[in-house]
Structure formats: structure tokens, C-alpha cells
Design a protein around this ligand. Structure first.
Ligand code: HSE
Length: 418
């Protein structure tokens, strides 16, 4: 695409994000970007824009040669992938906010970009208004990222804040998240962690060059968290958050997961409330950096789409530097996690699977323990999210294999065995 050109946009979707983008573009005439046509699924729905703008025929956008950019913000992942593939093969640059589609089709999307040489940008697909993808691509263009720890789903963070700070019920908090346009059309995607793991699969690529289907990443959502867990957290001066984390291990492989986690009050992520997202990056020399911003909602998400549209004027493309120009890292589940599990009955807990249990409370109705498990055990089994059991990670949960060996050796020494 030639630089600084007029952008003529074909927009797919006019929901929370699509309508937000329409309004935002009207307020930024300096961008020289106009929406020529909007393709929608339901023609009978009342829309806040002139009727002539809308069509239900995708070909009207995809085959229109005057349209040089397709913006795709629909929530049907399969339809979105088809639109993106046709648009790029027809020579159009694409901006997308479809996290599920991007996470599930990453290999094909990488191929499409190599094959066509066209830009495909998706900053809105992770942490909405926080420019995390471009930062990981451009600023951390090196091999020094030690870890990333983030809140990447606005709805679950909103629900946890409303439940534990404002004493709303789970159902009322979820309803509010839906009314405010934060939740997915199927809120199970938010609540059970699917949306967060999709975003994490995308960010793992830009951070570490890892291309992994979200099914292969250890995750759950906030569906099993109980009020009693929040009480334990309060007693220990901790918060409960849904945290996505990736950490480079001593052998260079990467541990990555999305799980509820206890967060200390003095950690930056403890400060992230409601629909806000936050990302803490730890890198060599810079130490810790914290990015904070709205992670859901119409205008915050549209602002990221707008920034991608703007970047297209300068032919910006992701270079996937960690994947193509460095040695990509490998994901592993061969490490250990320090976990808290609360449960109704001991019979639901396979105690033999723990490396060790260092704390347990069995007196009240709701029992809990704190112990160490192999991460592979959690990925391959599901006892920890069944029968009302609730697993929450300790504040600094990742234990390297090498540390496990040393810890075990020390405890044997202390016990006088060796
Ligand atoms: N449902 C998503 C969230 C929207 O709550 O984070 C933004 O991706």
C-alpha cells in the first residue's frame, strides 16, 4: 500500500466495537479514513447510522476495488476467518478485533501474511486500549523478557471487583458487565477463561515467538471461586484476580497459563479494578514495567482499532520478530505450581498427586490446602475444577524443576535422612 493514502473502509460488524469505531472515526476527520459500507447479519435491527451504509452481502465489501481496508469486528470466529482470508487474497489490508479467530487460526494467519505481504493488525484483540502487541513487537525486540503477568479480561475483573468490593452477587455483576458492553455475546467465554486464554495465545506469540493453540495452554476462569476463597484472601491480605502469566524457566522454556491467582496488595495488578486490564513486564535491565488501561468497552476497544487503521497509512506490519528473527521459545508444562485448593470433601482431592502439602484447614465446612503440584498434572486432569473445588495460585506460583530438586534435598537433610 502506498503511504499516507486515503483509506476507504469496509466494516464487518456494527455491535459494541463496530458502532464505537463508526463514532470515533466521525470525530477524527484528520485520519482521512471513511467507512464506505458496513456488512451486518441482522438487517431488521435499528442502527444509529444512515440505512444506505448497511448491507448483508459480504461480497459488496470484499469485491469493491475502491475499498482498500477491511475492518472485521464480528464475534463469529469461523465467519471472521473466512472474511479475513478473502479480503487479504483480494489485496486488502485488514484490521481485526476477533481474539478467538486469531488465536485459533494463528498458523494460517501467519501464512496469509507471508503469502500476500499485506498487513493484518489486531491490537484490539488483547487488552483493548493498552498497546501491548505493538510494544512487545517493537520495544521488546530482544531476548530479554523474563516474564509477563497480566489481567487480560475486563469482564471477569469487573465481576470480581463488584462481588468482593461492592458485595454484588455473581449474577448481578455479570448482568452489569453485559449491559455495559464488556462481556462477550456468550459470557461463558469470559467467565470460564476462554477469552483470556485466546488473548494469551496471541500475546505469547508476540512476546516469545510461541505459536500454540489455546487448547494446549493451561487455563480456567472464575467460575469456581467461592466467597470463602475471598475471605481467606482477605485474612492473608491478598486479592483474587484472573491472571495470565508467562515465565521463562532456567532451561529457556516458557511456562504459561491463565488461572485465578492471589495477588499481594502492593503488586501493581492489585490496583487493576473493574473493566481495566494491566500488564506487568519483567525484562533484563529494565526490571518491572506496568501498563494499565481499559480492557473492554466500546470506545476503548475502538481506540485500538483506530490506531491500527492509522498505522496502515504508513504500511505498518507486524514482523513477528520473536518468531522469525530470534530463536522462538518453546512452551512447556514441565514445572511446578504452588496452589491453594478449597473443597467440600477430602475425597475429591488426590493427595498423592501433590509433591507436598504445606498447609491445610479441615475444620470448617469449606476446607482448603496449600501445596505444590506438577503443571502437567493440571493440564492433563480436571479434578481441580470439578465437584465444587476451587484452585487459586499462590502469589509467586512458578517453581522451576531445579528448585524442586534443591527444596526436596534440603527437606531430607533437615529430616536427617541424608
Ligand atoms: N469480553 C472481553 C473482556 C471484551 O471482557 O475483556 C474485550 O476483549
Amino acid at each position: 500500500m502506498e503511504a499516507h493514502k486515503q483509506l476507504t473502509i469496509g466494516l464487518f460488524g456494527f455491535g459494541v466495537v463496530g458502532e464505537g469505531l463508526y463514532k470515533v472515526l466521525q470525530q477524527t476527520p484528520s485520519l482521512r479514513a471513511t467507512i464506505k459500507k458496513v456488512c451486518i447479519k441482522n438487517p431488521t435491527k435499528q442502527r444509529n447510522a444512515p440505512a444506505a451504509l448497511f448491507t448483508t452481502e459480504k461480497e459488496e465489501l470484499l469485491s469493491d476495488e475502491s475499498i482498500n481496508v477491511i475492518v472485521e469486528v464480528i464475534d463469529d470466529a469461523n465467519a471472521a476467518f473466512e472474511i479475513v482470508s478473502i479480503a487479504m487474497r483480494n489485496g486488502k489490508g485488514v484490521v481485526s478485533a476477533s481474539k478467538k479467530m486469531i488465536a485459533e487460526h494463528l498458523p494460517e494467519i501467519l501464512e496469509l501474511q507471508q503469502e500476500t505481504g499485506l498487513p493484518f493488525l489486531y491490537e484490539a484483540a488483547a487488552c483493548a486500549s493498552i498497546p501491548v502487541i505493538r510494544n512487545l513487537e517493537e520495544y521488546y525486540d530482544n531476548d530479554l523478557l523474563h516474564s509477563i503477568k497480566a489481567i487480560v479480561n475486563g469482564s471477569t475483573n469487573f465481576i470480581l471487583t463488584k462481588m468482593f468490593e461492592d458485595k454484588l452477587s455473581f449474577q448481578s455483576a455479570l448482568l452489569l458487565a453485559q449491559q455495559l458492553g464488556f462481556a462477550e455475546s456468550n459470557p461463558k467465554l469470559d467467565v470460564e477463561g476462554y477469552d483470556a486464554v485466546n488473548k494469551w495465545a496471541i500475546l505469547l506469540n508476540h512476546a516469545y515467538g510461541i505459536v500454540e493453540h489455546p487448547d494446549n495452554i493451561l487455563f480456567t476462569g472464575i467460575q469456581n471461586i467461592q466467597l470463602s476463597d475471598a475471605l481467606v484472601a482477605r485474612e492473608k491480605s491478598l486479592d483474587v484476580k484472573l491472571i495470565a502469566q508467562a515465565k521463562k524457566l532456567s532451561n529457556g522454556q516458557v511456562a504459561a497459563f491463565v488461572l485465578p491467582q492471589f495477588v499481594k496488595h502492593d503488586e501493581p495488578l492489585s490496583f487493576v479494578k473493574n473493566e481495566y486490564n494491566g500488564v506487568v513486564i519483567e525484562s533484563g535491565f529494565a526490571d518491572k514495567q506496568f501498563f494499565y488501561g481499559k480492557g473492554a468497552g466500546s470506545f476503548p476497544t475502538a481506540s485500538a482499532v483506530l490506531s491500527d487503521i492509522s498505522a496502515l497509512r504508513y504500511n505498518y506490519c507486524y514482523e513477528y520478530k520473536k518468531l522469525y528473527h530470534h530463536n522462538p521459545h518453546e512452551l512447556t508444562t514441565d514445572y511446578y505450581l504452588k496452589v491453594y485448593v478449597s473443597f467440600d470433601d477430602w475425597k475429591y482431592i488426590p493427595r498423592e498427586k501433590f509433591e507436598w502439602i504445606e498447609e491445610w484447614h479441615a475444620d470448617a465446612d469449606r476446607k482448603y490446602l496449600v501445596g505444590v503440584l506438577h503443571a502437567g498434572e493440571l493440564l492433563n486432569d480436571s479434578w481441580w475444577k470439578e465437584n465444587g473445588s476451587s484452585l487459586i495460585l499462590s502469589p509467586d506460583p512458578v517453581i522451576d524443576n531445579i528448585d524442586i530438586i534443591n527444596l526436596k534435598k534440603r527437606s531430607l537433610e533437615l529430616a536427617g535422612v541424608v
